[in-house]
Design a protein around this ligand. Structure first.
Ligand code: NAD
Length: 330
């Protein structure tokens, strides 16, 4: 049977991958893929990884030498894979390009609503039988200007949900979807105008060399005072130190993050009985106007089922020598 080494496995990965097919022999590893752990793929024809596995050139070289014939990402983002090294090694890389853009879009809106109506604080307060309302005053999304940065699969759905709230939605994308925007009453702006006009800015773009620290000290000063920032895309899109400074000054009025710059080794783990060695995340968590979830935007039953189905199909295509599912190859 076709053997696949699965890295960075959690119980839910086992559950959904095992349910997806009985034609693949899954070999589950709890540790992450790196140049050091690549050797654990010995004997496997395919390797399956997630967002925190690091498939750099030395790692891919080891996999190739071991006879691994496919790297299957069980996620959409691929900034953790050296694609040019993979190409040079003739090692195909496949991913799950769109398992459920709705999962991420809905979580983005969920974070904004929780933050804007202070649900995270109200929940704790009511459990303590404190039914007072002071400092729980919220704001409405209706009538606000929401700047959507990146109008790909997730950004478009998020924008449409915000339109449903009666928000004025503006967008920035170097490759605009003009027909979609016209259909949904979304207006494209240039980058400076989006920063200057948005009450809420929501990031839905990939992490690339040119988008690293897209939101930095220089960008924060060009935003409306009190702007709310949502990031469910990639942590390194935001310079966390500059964000903390902006929160302290009040330039940024609130943040809701599902991703964090240094999340690797922290998110997806239960560290509740350990000392957190990272200094910036606890500082972020200390702000009353900050809401952080640990990269769970994708985590719905529908998305997990689709991730497992597409990953299994991608790997089984290798067995039959057929081309990959349309759009999954990188
Ligand atoms: P997509 O490829 O469909 O769309 C990305 C869009 O960003 C494209 O339209 C592209 O033109 C645009 N873009 C590229 N550079 C840009 C720039 N400099 N400024 C503005 N826009 C730019 O991607 P998607 O599926 O919509 O995913 C969006 C993001 O969500 C990715 O970063 C992905 O990694 C992240 N994501 C997060 C989770 C999670 O669980 N938190 C899950 C899935 C995806």
């Amino acid at each position: 049977m076709f053997e696949t080494a699965v890295y960075d496995t959690k119980p839910y990965d086992r559950q959904y991958l095992t349910a997806a097919t009985d034609r693949i022999k899954w070999r589950f590893h709890e540790f992450r893929l790196s140049a050091e752990t690549a050797v654990a793929a010995k004997g496997a024809q395919a390797v399956c990884v997630f967002v925190q596995d690091v498939a750099d050139r030395p790692c891919l070289t080891t996999l190739s030498k071991l006879g691994v014939r496919l790297l299957a990402l069980r996620c959409a983002g691929h900034n953790n894979v050296d694609l040019s090294a993979a190409r040079a090694l003739n090692l195909p890389v496949v991913r799950v390009p769109a398992y459920s853009p709705h999962a991420v879009a809905e979580h983005t809106v969920c974070l904004l609503l929780a933050l804007s109506r202070k649900v995270h604080r109200a929940y704790n307060r009511v459990r303590e039988h404190n039914f007072a309302l002071h400092s729980l005053i919220g704001f409405e999304i209706h009538g606000k200007t929401v700047g959507v940065v990146g109008t790909g699969k997730i950004g478009r759905i998020t924008a449409q949900i915000f339109r449903g709230f009666g928000a004025n939605v503006v967008a920035y994308d170097p490759v605009p979807s003009r027909d979609w925007a016209a259909q949904h009453g979304v207006g494209y702006l240039d980058w400076d105008a989006l920063l200057a006009q948005s009450d809420i800015i929501s990031l839905h773009l990939p992490l690339l060399a040119e988008t690293h620290h897209l939101l930095n000290a220089e960008a924060f000063v060009r935003m409306k005072r009190g702007v709310i920032i949502l990031n469910t895309s990639r942590g390194k899109l935001i310079d966390t130190r500059a964000l903390i400074a902006a929160l302290k000054r009040g330039t940024v009025g609130g943040i809701a993050l599902d991703v964090y710059e240094e999340e690797e080794g922290i998110f997806f783990e239960d560290l509740s009985d350990q000392v957190l060695l990272d200094d910036l995340l606890p500082r972020l968590l200390s702000f009353p106007n900050a809401l952080v979830t640990a990269h769970q935007a994708f985590f719905t039953h529908e998305a997990m089922s689709e991730i497992a189905r597409v990953t299994a199909t991608n790997i089984l295509k290798l067995e039959s020598g057929e081309p990959w599912l349309a759009g999954t190859a990188l």
